[in-house]
Design a protein around this ligand. Structure first.
Ligand code: NAP
Length: 520
């Protein structure tokens, strides 16, 4: 990849020959690895697990790997090993852990072409999205390491009062931390939480998503090759309802980071604590609104909405799915958005000029078809609305990027669809638009387009979301970057009010111990 050319989610285009040449080499490296078996890894030992499943590409069904599924015994052994090593890992000290984490981040950067090509094959991300996910993983690791270093391991002298001695406050890890990740950021949302937990001194048991096990295994390899001790990180692929459930309900798991749907996340949130409270970080779904007023630059607004509604096929928790546009500019906005949507190239995401790859599976296509049906019956399809089944689209889960109008009471305004599908509606009063934007159980991201200072202030003060953007062409609601836009949700989108890649993230993986050591 070209020196100095850095792909983030705000990268608008990559007319960069070196970048593409590197990525194409990555495709060759990736393809050479397909068809093998991915094992369980407990304490550095590969295990066969049980009932391997076929991991196929959503692009054309190609067999990527046979993935072993962890047994209950594998889960037990991994947690026992992680628990047994916890004190030693804490005693290793934050400086060493920071050094190892930085080495892991650098390995990811070195391997980015191969990793992003594998990601395109596993989940269908286009080039820029896949490179972004891989680079984000490295930057989340670097961010978490920097937080530990900036705070010198969170060891703070306190006031001495009374007998002479040492009076200090230290943040200490919880012990065994579980990380359960979703399919849509198979590297960043496995690497971000696990790096936070590890650098803070916890040992980690990790379960990737069913359709994310390949990149999950690659993350394990990165930690191994960076020199992390075998007992610090255990890789446990398998079904969420079996392996995930066994991890969540194990009494020796001290804390958990889950990223995924509201339904599963709320179940974990409610049931994770056993005899006493335990920290639970759940990052969940979104139904992210964008408001466009008559004072907006419509070219910027339609670029931003188009990118956030259709980037990775709407399969982002931060996807823009509800857009409210002031009536005076509504028709103009809709015409421009329709034009940009219809130009999107849908196809094999490994190809250079493809923006929209396949949906993750047949269930997602079903959701798309259900939503399109609702719009055709009760509203109006402005662009798209169909599944694509001909030619290069025949073997994968391809659909058209879709823009619809539906009545206020349609379920499309409420349900997270996770497909390339956005609803638009006109509004007359900003007050009403903000009220509608906030009328959701979710509160993850939100976008606003207006060149009017007073409107911007009003919106910033009232919008209920953890990550908000004003006048952003690179994405109305998507594209947060570690250290730039901390990422976390309010309301039904997140349990902690703290954000990944931000200043309050890593402390969640530790608890305070106030120490008084009298020396007289
Ligand atoms: P999901 O179906 O909820 O699965 C997430 C993870 O949980 C997977 O590893 C899954 O395993 C596992 N799981 C499923 N049932 C479980 C159970 N009963 N106990 C323990 N683990 C269980 O979500 P997804 O479809 O992978 O991801 C999409 C969702 O994630 C969307 O709702 C999206 O908004 C959300 N998301 C949120 C954020 C954020 O930062 N807020 C970021 C990305 C995605 P299997 O794959 O084996 O079922």
């Amino acid at each position: 990849m070209a020196e100095g050319f850095r792909v983030t989610y705000a990268t608008m285009s990559a007319d960069n020959e070196e970048l593409h040449k590197g990525y194409e080499e990555g495709i060759e490296q990736a393809k050479a690895q397909l068809g093998g078996t991915i094992p369980i890894v407990v304490n550095g030992q590969e295990r066969p697990g049980e009932g391997p499943y076929e991991l196929n590409s959503p692009i054309d069904g190609t067999l990527l790997a046979h993935v072993s599924q962890a047994t209950r015994q594998d889960v037990e052994d991994a947690i026992a090993s992680a628990r047994g090593f916890a004190i030693e890992w804490e005693r290793t000290g934050w400086r060493k852990r920071v050094e190892l984490m930085r080495r892991a981040a650098d390995l990811i950067t070195e391997r980015r072409n191969e990793l992003s090509a594998l990601m395109a094959l596993e989940v269908g991300k286009n080039r820029l999205e896949a490179l972004g996910d891989v680079e984000e993983t490295a930057d989340l690791m670097r961010w978490n390491a920097k937080e530990m270093e900036d705070h010198q391991g969170f060891n703070v002298p306190m006031q001495a009062m009374g007998a002479p001695g040492q009076y200090y406050d230290v943040m200490r890890p919880y012990g065994v931390w579980a990380v359960i990740s979703p399919f849509n950021f198979p590297m960043a949302l496995a690497g971000g939480p696990s790096s936070g937990a590890l650098v803070a001194g916890n040992t980690v048991v990790f379960k990737p998503a069913h359709q994310g096990a390949l990149l999950g295994y690659k993350l394990y390899e990165v930690y191994r090759d960076a020199g992390f001790p075998a007992a610090a990180f255990h890789y446990l692929p398998g079904r969420g309802s079996v392996v995930g459930d066994a991890i969540v309900h194990h009494p020796d798991v001290a804390g958990i980071t889950f990223t995924g749907s509201y339904e599963v996340g709320m179940g974990i949130y409610r049931s994770f604590a056993s005899d006493y409270p335990k920290p639970v970080i759940c990052e969940m779904g979104g139904k992210n609104p964008t408001i466009v007023t008559k004072h907006a630059d419509l070219d910027k607004a339609t670029d931003g909405v188009m990118r956030s509604a259709f980037g990775f096929g709407g399969q982002k928790c931060s996807a823009a799915s509800r857009v409210f546009v002031e009536r005076e500019v509504y028709d103009d906005f809709v015409t421009r958005l329709k034009g940009k949507t219809e130009k999107i190239k849908v196809g094999n995401p490994l190809e250079r000029d493809v923006y929209l790859g396949p949906l993750i599976n047949e269930d997602a296509v079903h959701t798309f078809e259900e939503a399109a049906e609702e719009a055709k019956k009760n509203g109006n399809v402005i662009a798209g609305g169909e599944r694509l089944t001909e030619g290069e689209h025949a073997k994968g889960n391809f659909v058209q990027p879709t823009v619809v109008e539906v009545p206020d009471d349609s379920w499309i305004w409420k349900r997270e669809l996770f497909v390339p599908f956005v609803a638009v509606a006109p509004f007359d009063e900003l007050d009403d638009a903000i009220r509608k934007a906030n009328d959701s159980e979710y509160g993850l991201t939100a976008g606003f387009y207006s060149e009017d200072e007073a409107e911007i202030r009003e919106w910033l003060d009232r919008i209920e979301a953890g990550v908000v953007y004003v006048n952003r062409r690179a994405g109305a609601t998507t594209g947060a970057w570690p250290g730039v836009q901390p990422f976390g949700g309010w309301k039904g989108s997140g349990t902690t009010g703290k954000a990944g890649g931000g200043p309050y993230y890593v402390t969640q993986y530790m608890r305070e111990q106030s120490r008084t050591v009298i020396t007289e």
